[in-house]
Design a binder for this molecule. Structure first.
Ligand code: CU
Length: 152
């Protein structure tokens, strides 16, 4: 009569080991690479933020919120070419498919930080990113001066 409880116990251990190895809910699933905020010209308080999001997991994740103590609000924007003009649009969620990288970079997707006073080169802007499964990561975005083009 002791055999069944012992077997049951072993089965429980095996189940625990399997779930410990499964990818679900692991913090390392989304990696944030190369974050930076573009330095604002004097008097401007709206800054763009860029980064790369890498999904190392097996399921699609979506960035659903970005916040910074240095900005009144942070929005996720797309940039598209329409009738010869660049148009920005706010989106509610940014999907990051399993196993792929989504780049937020100048001329394309970006974060828009409003009412920010700290976007000067040398500073770091903390931004908290929240994903659709509730997982959050705080990244430090160094402020960088955009490359200056020579215009004569
Ligand atoms: Cu924008």
């Amino acid at each position: 009569m002791l055999r069944f409880p012992v077997l049951h116990f072993i089965v429980l251990i095996v189940v625990a080991l399997i779930s410990a190895c499964s990818p679900g809910g692991s913090d390392a699933e989304i990696a944030v690479d190369s974050p930076w905020v573009r330095e604002t010209p004097p008097g401007r308080t709206v800054a763009a933020g860029y980064l790369e999001l890498r999904n190392n997991g097996a399921t699609e994740r979506a960035l659903v919120r970005a916040e910074s103590p240095d900005a009144s609000r942070v929005e996720i924007h797309t940039m598209t070419h329409e009738d010869g003009m660049m148009r920005m649009r706010q989106i509610d969620r940014l999907e990051v498919p399993a196993g792929s990288t989504v780049s937020l970079e100048p001329g394309g997707l970006h974060l828009m930080l409003f009412d920010i006073e700290t976007a000067q080169a040398g500073n770091h802007v903390p931004v908290t990113l929240t994903f659709d499964d509730g997982w959050e990561i705080e990244a430090r975005f160094p402020v960088r001066r955009p490359e200056v083009r020579h215009q004569h």
